[in-house]
Design a protein around this ligand. Sequence first.
Ligand code: SF4
Length: 357
Amino acid sequence: MTCPHITRGAGGTACPMAASSATSARVTASCAGACFVRMREGEQVVLTTYGRSSGFCIDPIEKKPLNHFLPGSAVLSFGTAGCNLACKFCQNWDISKSQDMDRLMDQASPQQIALAAENSGCASVAFTYNDPVIFAEYAIDTAIACRERGIRTVAVTSGYIHAEPRREFFAVMDAANVDLKAFTDDFYFKLTGAHLQPVLDTLIYLHHETDVWTEITTLLIPDYNDSNWEIEALCAWVLKELGADVPLHFTAFHPDFKMLETPPTPPATLRRARQIALAQGLHYVYTGNVHDPEGGTTFCPGCGEPLIERDWHRILHYRVTAEGRCPQCHTAIAGRFDQHAGAFGQRRIPLRLNPQS
Ligand code: SF4
């Protein structure tokens, strides 16, 4: 079921929160949705954060994380407030759980964002920090403005979105990193308030019905989703449904929000997960949020040659050819590559688009 009342400007779209009829009913029955940022105004539900941001920042694309999409390039990143999930481990909870619009420090129109990306040498704009599904109208309009300037767009999302707005949302995206937070519905329901199957549906949709370059991230949390059998099941599903070439990132949890008592993920857990995924046959498997030279390297699936060596978010050596192939055995490397790698490094440059706001 979709929410028929959502509006942006003169247009309308389905409520992207409505991954289930229960969620949709909750939105229409009260003044504010569970996300805090979709409000009932008269007979309509409106997005209250349109045009406002929790801040803009230029990041390396590897930070999203995307390792096979314009490697080394700079990406203009921003988020808003609110979220359609309720992750107890959220590492951006100060904005995703914010009901306080004072958190929104900056404001910019879609056209201003596209121009700022162009002027600052960014190859893409990323909708991130909180789930862009919750500010879909703003993200879609910004993506359209970016396309007019040749700037690409990236959605960093949990993929929990109804089929109808999913089509509209991803039709204007060039790349996505989708969180596959675990491989049990029990985890999803108890720790995020969501469900697993809609996320799997989004991954299948992206891979089989769009040209959106897609990578997957799984945050491994000790004793919650890091058992061998669960990692094996997750990897087997990725291989069967999406194929061996979809990059998979295992990243480290650190205690945050409502899970302060849970210890950080040991680096050995990430390395174990990576070995399981490689043994299952996945070609591109990474570890994240830790220093791990091997887990940060892209290897050729044909001959095993290291092709992109990274330290954290910085590229140390880049050997992919201008045609996107291994220089040694000529195997095509999955992804979207420019002729050369970018040289942005691992800087983080905050940007103020409207100093008056
Ligand atoms: S989906 Fe992401 S931003 Fe939203 S609550 Fe979960 S971890 Fe936080």
